[in-house]
Structures are given as C-alpha cells and as structure tokens.
Write a protein that binds this ligand. Structure first.
Ligand code: BG6
Length: 506
C-alpha cells in the first residue's frame, strides 16, 4: 500500500507523514477561503517539515498579479492566519516555489501558460509531474475548469499523478450533483477526486471513531434501546456580511446540513467498519445514508429561519436583508433544522435532529446523544424534579471534548437528584495543539490518502435525504424571521415540542 492511512496504522502517528514531490495549484486563489484557510495551512505544513523540498504552489486568478504580488498576499495570509509561528527561513524556502498565472477559466491560453509553468517547475524544482488542482471556485465554474484541465493535457496522469480537489457545494440538489459528477468523472478517475468536507479533518470528528470503537463502555448503549434522540448542532454567531455572492440562494441547509451535519450523523450512526481502510469506512457511512430519510410530515419535522436585526453580545447587528449584497426580498434561510430517521435495527424510532444557523447565541458545534429515562425512579417526584435526561455530548468545537451528563445526589440530608457533568477536555488532557482541518486534508491529498474525503455516493445520498425538505421549503415562501443572538425561529422549538422534547441549550 503506497499511502499512509492515519486512521488505520498507528505507526504513522509516530512517523511524520511527509508528502512526496508535488505541486499544488489553487483556482480561486484570491477568495476568502484561500486567504483564511488554504494558504495558512500550506505554510503550517511547510513549517512542520511535511512538504517536500521542491514543493511548489501556483495561484490561478483573474487579477493582474506578478509572482511577487501573489507571494506578498500569501505571506500576509500566513502571518495572519497560520496556526504555527511565522518563521522567515521557512517562508523564504516556500517562496522560491510560488508562481501566479493570470487568466479566466474559459481562456485556453491561460491554461497553456499554467501547463508551461508546471513543466518549468518540474524541471527546476523536481515536482515529479505530480499536481493537485484545488478548485476553490463557484460550482458553476467546475465543469469549465475540468474541461480546460483535460484540453490542456493537465489531467493526463502518464507522467505523474494528477488529483482534483473540490470544495462544496457539490451541486444544489441531487440532479445537479449527478451532472457535476458526470463531468468530473469524464476527466478524472474517482480515486483522483478529493471532495473536501473540512469537518472530517477536525480532530474531534475523528475522535468519534476512537470513542465508539476503542471503548467497551459506550457501544452497548449506542442504540434505540437506550438512546431517545440525537441532536447535532452547528451554531455560529457570525452573520453573512460579505458572503452574499456565495450564500444568497444557497442557504443553511445546502451550506452545512447536506455535508458537515450528515457526515457527523453517519459517523455517529454507522456500524463498526471491518477495518479503517478507506473503502470499508466509506461503505459503512454509505449504509447509514442509504437508510436515512427525512421524517414526514415535513412541515412539522423541519424548520427554517432568517436572522433579523438584534444584538450579538454587546454589538447591535443588522438582519440578513440589510446585509450588503443580499437582495431585499431574499428568501435564503440562515437557520435550518431537520429530523432524520434511520431505518435500521439499531436506530429504528430514534429521531436525529440536525440544526444549524448563523447569528445564533454563540459559536458551538456538538453532538448530543440524549438517553431515555430510567424505566423506574424509586424517588418522589419532588426529589427528581431537577433531573434531566442523561446525555453524552461530543463537543466538536470550541472547547473540544466530551461531557457525560447524569444525575447525582445534591449534598445534604434530603435525597435530591440533579444533573451534573463529567468532563473530558482536549486542552487539559493533551498538551499538543491539533492540526487545522485544512492542514490535515491538504496533506492527505498530496499523500493520496482518501479516508477523510466523502465519495460521490455519499454526496448523492445526502442530497437525496435533503431534496424533499428543500422542495417543500421552496413551495413555502419566506422563512420565519428570528432575532439575531437568539437560538433560532419559534418553529424550531415547536418542531421538537410536538414530540415532547426540547433542544439542548449548548
Ligand atoms: C463552511 C460553511 O463549510 O463552514 C460556512 O460554508 C461556515 O458557512 C463554516 O461558516 C464553519 O466552519 P468551522 O470550521 O468554523 O465550523
């Protein structure tokens, strides 16, 4: 096996996984994602010594930049956003391999220039003809870029590997995802396509596998006999100022539920894979996604909202419709919640509640397994009035860790039982800081290690789950307004109240 799978082989954790000779081309290099995440991650990898000596990075964009202009932008991004300390010697070595190619996606000459640039880099820096193309561009540009890569011979793998990395959204529904995949698979074989879901690159998300499959304690209760419901929350306090171009018309469900939250659900609900070989892991996730569907009636089991003006902490903030770039009549949802059921022996009857939103009370991503009540409580009602459901909460971010909530006697002469928390915190248990998700994933692309990337079947199944809800919402007019800084629209609370449940206040 040529790749080193971090989930499969513990020895790889001790041996640094260093990428072989290679180059990375970023399309959409002037965008926000590139500046905030991709360039800093590349710098961090260089700083950790995980890139090969001749590593080269080529930016492709419309701006009339020289190599030096691009390098200056990269340097600034690395200084501002990288996780590790900025060091001039690391930067100087990295900067030797930085190039910029100016052009439009439909411009044949620009792609020919890109090809010449890569050939020259291979000759002078020894990139081995190995190139990853990172498409940090709007989805309607994917087909053009792929066709150009093919036309200019850049997808040809005879003299080195060629991989394509694509950022979500992979289409806007099942149909468009299929069309997109048809274009991609016409140019690159499936094993050369890396679909980024950066949640899978997070340490806490990978820990779901350790928590579930390295311990005896949890698995016996990990099923419908003990679990009442699962709540997966990804809440953000930020608004969408400056992101209208990407977000308007996309909305919270396509932006986050279709990918990050359904992937989290799959990891929580899947059976133990026979090994951590990528194909085995993907097969288990695919089984869960195939068995999952939104619970009917959709009007009662889902909710969507759009943030209005309000307060975020001590800051007065505007509503979505007043944000720059958004149409005043936009019906884009900034809050989405759905109920999913999984038709399997393990999960029958257990609702999975998935919710996400912008401008909510605070930034937090967590997965909470809410347990059933004990079948019998040998106490007076007054003694357990303050006792909630037992819960196992995986805190994905911030304050990464795991909390177990259970009832305990309040000290004193009477028997009063109240909820307490038992807590594991990464920050306290481990002293090393975790790599950023993009650091991990970019390195995996260069290593050709596919475990942490969803395959096409997962993407399509996720759209299949979401499409009926999206269609229902489209027919339903405007989303309900909620005040910024709160926990979403009233309909989200009503959706759970109908089943006698409430959302956790994370
Ligand atoms: C992205 C979404 O995938 O994830 C953004 O497009 C969101 O809307 C971001 O803000 C959140 O990522 P993280 O890692 O900060 O939770």
């Amino acid at each position: 096996m040529s790749w080193a799978n971090p989930l499969r082989d513990p020895r790889d954790l001790r041996l640094p996984r260093i990428a072989g000779p290679s180059a990375l081309v970023i399309f959409g290099v002037t965008g926000d994602l590139s500046r905030r995440k991709l360039m800093p991650a590349v710098y961090d990898l260089a700083n950790r010594g995980l890139l090969p000596p001749g590593f080269s990075l080529v930016g492709f964009g419309r701006r009339p930049w020289s190599d030096e202009d691009f390098a200056a932008t990269f340097r600034e991004a690395a200084k501002k956003h990288s996780r590790t300390e900025f060091r001039d010697d690391v930067w100087d070595r990295l900067a030797e391999g930085i190039r910029f190619v100016q052009g439009e996606f439909h411009d044949d000459d620009a792609f020919d220039r890109l090809s010449q640039t890569l050939t020259a880099l291979d000759r002078t820096r020894g990139t081995g003809g190995n190139t990853a193309f990172y498409l940090s561009v709007p989805p309607d540009a994917f087909p053009t870029v792929c066709e150009q890569l093919e036309r200019s011979g850049l997808a040809d793998q005879r003299d080195g590997w060629r991989r394509v990395v694509i950022e979500k959204p992979f289409g806007h529904d099942l149909d468009s995802a299929k069309k997109l995949n048809a274009v991609l698979s016409g140019v690159f074989p499936e094993q050369s396509v890396f679909r980024i879901d950066h949640y899978l690159g997070k340490e806490t998300v990978q820990n779901i596998l350790a928590l579930r499959f390295a311990n005896q304690l949890f698995e016996p209760t990990w099923n419908s006999h003990y679990v009442d419901s699962v709540q997966i929350t990804m809440a953000e306090d930020i608004g969408l100022g400056g992101r209208a171009g990407y977000y308007d018309g996309i909305g919270a469900a396509r932006d986050v539920i279709q990918n990050h939250l359904l992937q989290l659900m799959a990891l929580i609900a899947m059976e133990e894979p026979t090994s951590f070989h990528p194909a085995e892991l993907q097969a288990e996730k695919i089984k869960v996604l195939s068995a999952a569907s939104p619970v009917e009636p959709l009007d009662e089991t889902s909710a969507r909202g759009q943030y209005g003006p309000g307060w975020q902490g001590s800051e007065k903030v505007v509503g979505l419709l007043q944000e720059e770039g958004f149409s005043h009549t936009s019906t884009t949802e900034t809050f989405a919640a759905i109920t999913v059921e999984i038709a399997s022996r393990r999960w029958a009857g257990v609702p999975f509640y998935l919710r996400t939103g912008k401008r909510l009370g605070r930034r937090v991503t967590e997965i909470a397994l809410m347990f059933k009540r004990a079948p019998h409580l040998p106490f007076d009602d007054t003694m357990t009035g303050e006792l909630g459901q037992n819960a196992l909460v995986i805190r994905v971010q911030p304050d990464e860790g795991v909390t177990l909530r259970f009832g305990s006697k309040v000290p004193g002469s009477s028997m009063e039982v109240r909820d307490v928390n038992m807590d594991f915190s990464y920050g306290e248990a481990f002293t090393v800081s975790s790599p950023e998700a993009y650091e991990r994933l970019i390195l995996d692309v260069l290593l050709g290690e596919p475990s942490l990337f969803p395959v096409n079947a997962e993407v399509e199944l996720s759209w299949k789950i979401l499409d009926p809800v999206l269609q229902r919402w489209e027919a339903g007019g405007k989303p309900e307004e909620y005040e910024s800084g709160t926990w979403g629209p009233d309909s989200a609370d009503a959706m759970l109240a109908r089943t006698g449940r409430t959302w956790r206040r994370p």
